[in-house]
Ligand binder design. Sequence first.
Ligand code: 6PG
Length: 252
Amino acid sequence: MRHGVEVVPDKRALMEAGAAAFAAAARAAIAAHGRFVTALSGGSTPRALFELLATERFAASIDWSRIHVCWGDERAVPPDADASNYRMAREALLDHVPIPPSQVHRIRGEEPPMIAAAAYERTLRTLFATPVGPPRPVPGARFDLVLLGMGDNGHTASLFPGLQAVRETERWVVAESVAEVRMWRITLTPVVLNGAAEVLFLVSGGDKASMLHRVLDGPVRPDTYPAQIVAPHHGRLRWLVDTDAAAELEER
Ligand code: 6PG
């Protein structure tokens, strides 16, 4: 049985729904506990979402002074590189909204990956006042919203098929060399992803249809389909997908 799958007509509707969900989650968290801590995704899908959030219609409805922005993963590149997830979010969103720079917590892709991972974990543990152990399911001690995408090979964040990060049970952040993309990646682990209050996947396009079917309808094999590992223990899981991506799903 699947939970929380919402199918929308096309990519444009997906972005509208994603931006509305982001803005609603931000308003709710700020009203409930005074701040909103989110982790952004990388790749190409979220650029349109970030651009939409930067428009007056959405940006004006969000109190950016109370938002903390983090990332779900980063490529081992400097912050001005084309492949940098930070750079993409900065250009599409962060440069256009009044978010205090001290509340932008980027992963330092220019550092040696293991060092960048450990430093980012320290940043998150400080942000969530949790020096040891997993995120606690209380306000202010976990991500309010994690945005994720899914690759056509079933990866999410930088949890790739057959690698170790998907099996991590202690660390919040790990670095791993990913042969498939010939690059080191730094990624949140299931420990922190599944500690979030809400996780929202955005998936668009027919090239994802076969994998989405396997991830959502198939047997649970997270080593093969890492996106299946994401299931918040005390939170909400939503899959927002367009009709092209949903084409092979067994039930609606
Ligand atoms: C990254 C990601 C990654 C991404 C998927 C899907 O840094 O590449 O965070 O997990 O979400 O590869 O990317 P698209 O949605 O652009 O296809």
